[in-house]
Design a protein around this ligand. Structure first.
Ligand SMILES: C[S@@+](CC[C@H](N)C(=O)[O-])C[C@H]1O[C@@H](n2cnc3c(N)ncnc32)[C@H](O)[C@@H]1O
Length: 201
């Protein structure tokens, strides 16, 4: 679809009207309705947070005791809430993951990943890039989540994603697939929702 279509997209308009930084905010709202992921007082890490739509949704649900930390390659405009933090950098680098961890040294309750690579239009390269993002998210979960924590990860339909699903499945009590109404009809994206993280084996 053309950029022109994107600008006319209903959720894009709604995001603008409601003050969300991205239409992606509605995906997290939908995921939260289905899976009850967000609640007051929890600690949340958001991989691939820019421009910050998901962080806005999280910020609205944390209360004063919760903590949210987002990380992205692109600099995210800071939040006014004192318990919402952003790190600029590559989530593949230990130094950046340590910065994230410093905001919740005892571990996070929920890891969100909406990461996606810059798409090239070359099918094989894009599929490999999106699976690499999912693998990075799983590594992030194994590094940052508390036992019992939850995991949300964007993936795209394809054989490699099936292999990723099988590799990730044992790490959680439950790993569900969810296609969202807020996803553009032309996209083959869906989300994996892991609950009951079993901890490092
Ligand atoms: C679809 S956007 C996220 C939108 C966001 N959830 C929101 O609500 O506004 C995907 C983001 O993943 C980020 N990303 C991809 N690979 C990354 C990496 N290795 N480390 C950090 N961020 C990454 C990209 O820079 C991009 O901003």
């Amino acid at each position: 679809m053309s950029g022109n279509y994107d600008r006319k997209d209903k959720l894009y308009q709604r995001a603008k009207e409601e003050g969300y930084r991205s239409r992606a905010a509605f995906k997290l709202i939908e995921l939260d309705k289905k899976y009850k992921l967000l609640r007051s007082g929890i600690k949340v890490v958001d991989l691939g947070c820019w421009p910050g739509g998901w962080l806005q949704v999280v910020a609205g649900r944390l209360g004063t005791q919760g903590v949210a930390v987002g990380i992205d390659l692109v600099e995210t405009i800071p939040f006014s809430e004192p318990n919402v933090h952003v790190v600029t950098g590559d989530a593949r680098e230990d130094v950046n993951i340590e910065k994230v961890r410093s905001y919740a040294p005892e571990g996070f309750d929920l890891l969100l990943s909406d990461m996606s690579p810059k798409l090239s239009g070359i099918k094989e390269a894009d599929q490999a890039g999106t699976v690499a993002c999912a693998e990075l998210a799983l590594w992030g979960a194994q590094t940052l989540l508390k036992k019992g924590g939850s995991f949300v990860c964007k993936v795209f339909k394809g054989n490699e994603t099936e292999l990723f699903y099988r590799a990730a499945r044992p790490a959680f009590e439950k790993l569900q697939r969810s296609e969202l109404d807020a996803t553009r009809k032309t996209s083959n994206e869906f989300y994996l929702i892991g609950t009951g993280y079993k901890g490092q084996s």
